[in-house]
Design a protein around this ligand. Structure first.
Ligand SMILES: *Cc1c(COP(=O)(O)O)cnc(C)c1O
Length: 383
């Protein structure tokens, strides 16, 4: 994604390099391409890094969320509360099973994570899960959300796609709720191309998720190869959400590099905070999260589209995280969610701008982006 000559600095990039090439080459030479010892090692090392007893590697973050919804038995008539300012994955895996995503507001322009008070207001007898998303790698208020989840007996799912290995006052992100879902998509902090991971507090729930990852077969290919047996039963429905050994091998290398990558993200974020003349959400928080996204809040009256065009012209790629889900035509039309106002999301979402942040950026790149934003703002406001 950095090979496009148009961009001087891209929004995201991956740190994959010679170590990943070597790891992938080893997998190819072994000729064992799916669900083998590298995947098991990746699960064990990821779980250990989180402080979780075990983890299940899957083929994407969406697969992780889908397995969470399936494992909790969410179906027609049920409701799942999720922030509207979120990637659409948790809403879609809910809607896919005839359940209704109920969109919650965020806390404030300074903290874009889901508002626990709003979550509690939205609970009905049909609520079957609450999704907490750690926006940009900054953990949602897990203490409050866990208290609500326990008081009402409703499972808490953590969408930790932005937050691998993030300490919170209640435990590592992903391990506080009942189920934690991670993504290793190409733009994420730990990137394997496509991939994901699931953790769960209840070992039986995690065992169910592990089984569903591979059709709920009672014996897998590895076992049948080892024992020579061909028989298996299918006691429940499942899917194929298996990761490849190639992606798990990349994941093991990336996991080892996460700390170093985060230090680079920290340096870039520090430069933005010093140099940008714009409010930066989360800036006041004492914790740094995973430093997944660098998001700025544009003053009212700045045309975001124009500013983005100015930045494009200067070679700076930008993005928007996220167009609010309750505004997407599918959710608006089918779930009637526009009837309920989400005042903070409505105010903030049109003004959010995601700037480049990745571990290949130099300090000079960050300075360049900061200068480009100043120039772009001047031009976009003058018109
Ligand atoms: C990336 C992402 C997902 C989906 O993960 P994939 O691996 O792309 O399927 C879900 N939720 C959030 C918040 C994400 O950023």
């Amino acid at each position: 994604m950095n090979s496009d000559p148009r961009w001087k600095v891209t929004v995201a990039d991956t740190t994959v390099g010679p170590e990943e090439t070597e790891a992938v080459t080893e997998v190819l030479a072994s000729r064992w391409l799916s669900l083998g010892r590298r995947t098991r090692a990746f699960e064990e090392e990821f779980a250990a890094a989180l402080g979780a007893p075990d983890a299940v590697a899957v083929s994407s973050g969406t697969a992780a969320l889908h397995l969470a919804v399936l494992a909790l038995g969410i179906g027609p008539g049920d409701e799942v509360i999720t922030p509207s300012l979120n990637f659409v994955a948790s809403a879609e895996v809910t809607a896919l099973h005839g359940a209704r995503p109920v969109f919650a507001d965020i806390r404030s322009p300074d903290d874009l994570t889901v508002d626990p008070y709003d979550v509690e207001r939205l609970i009905t007898p049909r609520t079957k899960a609450i999704v907490a998303m750690h926006y940009g790698g900054y953990p949602a208020d897990l203490d409050a959300l866990r208290a609500i989840s326990r008081a009402h007996g409703i499972p808490l799912i953590e969408d930790a796609a932005h937050a691998p290995l993030v300490p919170t006052p209640s435990g590592t992100a992903g391990t506080v709720g009942d189920i934690g879902c991670f993504s290793f998509f190409a733009t994420k902090n730990l990137a394997t191309g496509e991939g994901g991971m699931v953790v769960a507090r209840d070992p039986e729930l995690l065992a169910r998720i592990r089984a569903m990852r591979s059709h709920c077969l009672t014996s897998d290919t590895t076992e049948r190869m080892r024992t020579g047996g061909a028989g298996y039963d299918v006691p429940a429905v499942g899917l194929n959400y298996r990761p490849t050994e190639l992606s798990s091998a990349i994941g093991l290398v990336q996991l080892g590099r996460l700390g170093r990558d985060r230090a680079r993200r920290r340096a870039v974020t520090g430069i933005y905070r010093k140099r940008l003349d714009l409010p930066i959400p989360f800036e006041a928080r004492p914790d740094e999260g995973a430093l997944h996204l660098a998001v700025a809040l544009l003053p009212p009256g700045v045309d975001r589209g124009e500013l983005r065009a100015e930045l494009n012209a200067l070679g700076v790629q930008t993005s928007v995280h996220y167009p609010p889900s309750h505004r997407f035509s599918y959710y608006r039309d089918r779930h009637g969610s526009t009837r309920r106002a989400l005042p903070v999301t409505e105010d903030v979402a049109p003004r959010l701008l995601t700037l480049p942040l990745h571990a290949r950026m130099t300090d000079d790149d960050a300075e360049f982006v900061a200068d480009a934003v100043s120039t772009g703002l001047r031009r976009a406001t003058r018109r």
